[in-house]
Design a protein around this ligand. Structure first.
Ligand SMILES: Cc1cc2nc3c(=O)[nH]c(=O)nc-3n(C[C@H](O)[C@H](O)[C@H](O)COP(=O)(O)OP(=O)(O)OC[C@H]3O[C@@H](n4cnc5c(N)ncnc54)[C@H](O)[C@@H]3O)c2cc1C
Length: 425
């Protein structure tokens, strides 16, 4: 079952090794455990619903609580600390486009605010119920989640927008295709949510960001429908898909999305590489990015993050062995920077790309540790989010910072962010 006040399935728990806890204590001090606000209290104190009854709308208190938040730090504090005070007045989980249409009609009649809900993984307050005198209806697309059609010749698939990552990939994989869109929230986030938040995935360098994958779709708004056919190309005026991309629920409900799909790749590999310093590492990444090598992903960690990753990995013996090996190769633990480099595609292309990228890695004194580290990353790539639960229980709050800067600002930005976090803690 999905956790009501944390991330993901409550059957999944990520352990934290004693070494990892020790490192955390050294880096940021002891955790401060706060008691959780009980579920029963939320349910008991649920405010009276301000919407009239409708057969498609539920006023169930737990459903209202579950749809009152996303997954931001503020959302977590509200849930765990009991400060979450605003809830949708009703929640609807339609299964057909006619039902969505009817709900929008009813909401207009009631002068209600409508909040479309995909997977509830927003980390920027999208799903926060506004302070308003008007009733608020949450329209969840979690049951509007089928594959409608697939055009293999044009490599296009049409989905109901509430479909979530695993189900979407399962449907495509069974036919030999993939969308290849893997945000870390993949397990719960929805196709509609990806489109309207301009989501980016872990292999978007290869498959394209959602704005490149989104070929067209249908939106229902209180003013009527908007249909954007999936033309292969058009030079006729502005691209109206841009109205929907990043619209964050403001334009209406995205009901259907047409997406570009690709054949399941022959190879999908990730290699672990270590560099002796941030300077060499960032120069190597810059150099690889400046070539035409078709890598699918590069994730570079600075020394602090590298040490944290290694400690979190938990296998003390193996990590000690790795550190000894790196030292022998002239890479010192305190300066080491870990980099994961991925290649996706045919055997021929991925091998040639790896050879070309690794010659740059070697030029910058980097060494490859082969695929085991990459395989471990692939295996856990959606599960590290579960650490948030474990850490919260130990008295540590976890948040994600994300930004994009031009190359000359990379190192100064990193230094400034680290400095301000250290000072704040
Ligand atoms: C652990 C974690 C990891 C994450 N990793 C990534 C990542 O790697 N890359 C990334 O880009 N983001 C990431 N995110 C952020 C989040 O997952 C994305 O923004 C995602 O696209 C939201 O999709 P959702 O279906 O959960 O949308 P929701 O959170 O349900 O909604 C987000 C917004 O979209 C609107 N909306 C949702 N569906 C529709 C629809 N069908 N029609 C109209 N409006 C709609 C909502 O009203 C809201 O404004 C992460 C979040 C978490 C918690």
């Amino acid at each position: 079952m999905q956790r009501w006040n944390g991330w993901g399935d409550d059957a999944v728990y990520m352990d934290l090794s004693p070494q990892a806890l020790k490192l955390l204590c050294e880096l940021i001090g002891e955790g401060r455990v706060c008691p959780d606000y009980p579920l029963e209290k939320f349910l008991e104190n649920m405010p009276e619903a301000r919407l009239s009854k409708h057969p498609l709308i539920s006023f169930d208190a737990k459903l209202r609580l579950d749809h009152a938040h996303g997954q931001s730090m503020a959302d977590w504090i509200g849930l765990r600390g009991g400060t979450l005070k605003r809830f949708p007045d009703g929640v609807s989980v339609p299964e057909t486009v006619e039902e969505i249409h009817e709900l929008l009609r009813f909401a207009a009649e009631q002068n209600a605010v409508v909040i479309p809900y995909g997977g509830g993984t927003s980390v920027v307050g999208h799903l926060e119920v506004p302070q308003t005198e008007r009733p608020v209806l949450c329209l969840s697309l979690e049951r509007y989640n089928r594959l409608i059609s697939i055009d293999i010749r044009s490599r296009l698939a049409v989905f109901e927008a509430g479909i979530r990552g695993p189900r979407l990939e399962q449907q495509l994989n069974s036919k030999g295709f993939t969308l290849g869109h893997y945000p870390q929230s993949f397990e719960y986030s929805s196709l509609g949510g990806w489109v309207v938040t301009r989501s980016s995935g872990q292999q978007s360098k290869h498959y394209g960001r959602i704005e490149q994958l989104f070929a067209g779709g249908e939106l229902l708004s209180p003013q009527g429908p908007l249909k954007l056919p999936a033309h292969p190309a058009s030079a006729a005026g502005p691209d109206l898909r841009q109205l929907l991309l990043g619209s964050e629920g403001r334009m209406g409900v995205l009901t259907k999305a047409v997406v570009h799909i690709a054949a399941v790749p022959e190879k999908d590999v990730v290699y672990g590489v270590f560099f002796p310093s941030w300077e060499e590492a960032s120069q190597a990444v810059h150099a690889i990015a400046g070539t035409d090598i078709p890598f699918s992903m590069i994730r570079l960690s600075n020394p602090t993050e590298t040490m944290t990753h290694l400690t979190l990995a938990g296998h003390e013996g193996q990590v000690a062995l790795l550190k000894r090996y790196l030292r022998l190769r002239g890479i010192h633990e305190k300066e080491a920077c870990m980099c994961l480099i991925g290649f996706t595609g045919s055997r021929r292309i991925t091998s040639a790309s790896r050879r070309a990228a690794f010659s740059i890695v070697r030029h910058h004194k980097g060494i490859s540790l082969g695929k085991p580290m990459g395989n471990a990353w692939i295996k856990n790539r959606f599960y590290t989010a579960y650490l948030r639960n474990t850490l919260w229980d130990l008295g540590y709050a976890v948040d994600t910072l994300e930004t994009a800067v031009n190359w000359d600002q990379v190192t100064p930005t990193m230094a400034a962010i680290e400095k301000s976090i250290h000072e704040a803690l």
